[in-house]
Design a protein around this ligand. Structure first.
Ligand SMILES: C[S@@+](CC[C@H](N)C(=O)[O-])C[C@H]1O[C@@H](n2cnc3c(N)ncnc32)[C@H](O)[C@@H]1O
Length: 193
């Protein structure tokens, strides 16, 4: 017969209790930042990432690439590999995904990758040549205004699933293998901002 896990005869050890507390604190921390930003740290699916990368113009030779809310690093690590001559900058405000990316960078060193802690709304993005993001509805409106102010002409913005308000996409790819999500490509100077 299997032992009953809630049998008072097998009480939780100190190590079990510490693990439980750490897991609960981590979950609470992730939930707190999800509510605060309106965006969960959900990674872009590989098929959608491929669609995002297909939308990067072939003749683009970016110097600076930003991922706004880089989560667990699903986009920044492949981007740093794909564009070895570019500086790839992931910005993340949620502490656990941020720490995860820093640790992941120790295992997968990329000299052209930088991970910055903080709110991308407070960062200067004016040197960007390419911006990628996967956010939610709520942050997209203020982000449309910020990108309209910060970005120089011809900067490319690629957004997974969520459109920029009042911007006209230059290209849209629908990904049938992933619930038909839409991936948008914008070019600054080619939009109704
Ligand atoms: C849906 S995840 C996407 C992660 C990654 N870009 C990808 O596509 O796999 C969005 C991330 O953006 C972060 N985020 C949301 N608002 C932010 C803000 N204002 N500043 C920095 N990070 C933010 C969230 O914490 C979350 O980890």
């Amino acid at each position: 017969m299997l032992p009953n896990p809630i049998d008072p005869a097998t009480p939780l050890g100190l190590a079990d209790l510490a693990t439980l507390v750490v897991v609960m604190l981590a979950v609470a921390n992730l939930l707190y930042y999800t509510v605060k930003t309106g965006v969960p740290p959900m990674p872009t699916r590989p098929v959608v990432r491929d669609a995002m990368f297909r939308l990067i113009p072939e003749d683009l030779a970016p110097n600076r690439i930003y991922d706004l809310g880089c989560g667990w690093g699903t986009l920044i690590f492949p981007l740093a590999k794909k564009f070895p001559d570019a500086k790839v900058i992931g910005i993340e405000v949620s502490p656990l995904p941020y720490l995860f990316c820093q640790i992941r960078r120790l295992a997968q060193p990329r000299s052209n990758l930088e991970i910055r802690y903080g709110d991308f709304n407070q960062k200067d993005l004016s040197d960007a040549d390419l911006v990628v993001c996967y956010l939610m509805v709520r942050p997209m409106n203020p982000l449309s205004d910020k990108l309209g102010r910060d970005l120089k002409d011809d900067t490319i913005v690629i957004s997974n699933s969520f459109a920029l308000r009042e911007w006209e996409a230059e290209e849209i790819e629908i990904v049938p293998e992933s619930l038909s999500v839409w991936v948008y490509r914008y070019r600054v100077g080619n939009t109704d901002i």
